[in-house]
Design a protein around this ligand. Sequence first.
Ligand SMILES: [Zn+2]
Length: 236
Amino acid sequence: MLSYNITYNTLDINNKKIEYRAWNTKDEKNYLIAIEDTKEEDITDDLIYDILIKPCLKNPDIVLTPDEQKYLMIEIRKKSLGSTFPMRYNCNKCGTLNDIEIRLDDVISFKEQSFKEIIIQDQDNDITLKVLFNEPKTNNLIKKIQEAKTNTEKNYIDFLIHIQEININNETHKDFSFEELDNFISTLPTYVFDELLNSFLNSKSKLSINNYESKCLICNEENIIKIEEIPNFLWV
Ligand SMILES: [Zn+2]
């Protein structure tokens, strides 16, 4: 029988072991068909996940946060289309057009999550609030982020679905529904909420694209290149 045996690679992020393969020609075809048939505003992260990430996973049901998905997508891209991307810029001193290749690893950084219990003493209301953040337990919870219309709402839902346990004056709660939690959070004084939100934002994992420094080939001037989006990340 004709068969092409594919090797799976392993990525360890946030205590998850992800086994993935590189893209094959079928993945490429599915992607090209999807972007041809889909209006640009309908190409969501969810759609990209279904076409370009899920088929590459040994365990397609693994729960991944949006940042983990993006990081994994970059790792799959490195194995499939190479670990660099082309960039052109005009030197800001001599104006020469420079054509360079940048390594993805030189501009992309991923900070792993570091969740812990947050304790807030609200003296005005005589309440000690302890909140334990952790990974959302299901993909359905993560999908709620996708359904949100605005970025503010997305961030708020991201915060909610990471709350695993709440302790109010030594009474622990963990079997609350999403709606109950939403209602509870809306009753918090803003100073308590802000403290919680900040502590969550500082401990969640974060993917960022950093600036790149490049010396002009002609005049040696150090140019700072701001990368909004990776050019030629996929096939088109
Ligand atoms: Zn120059």
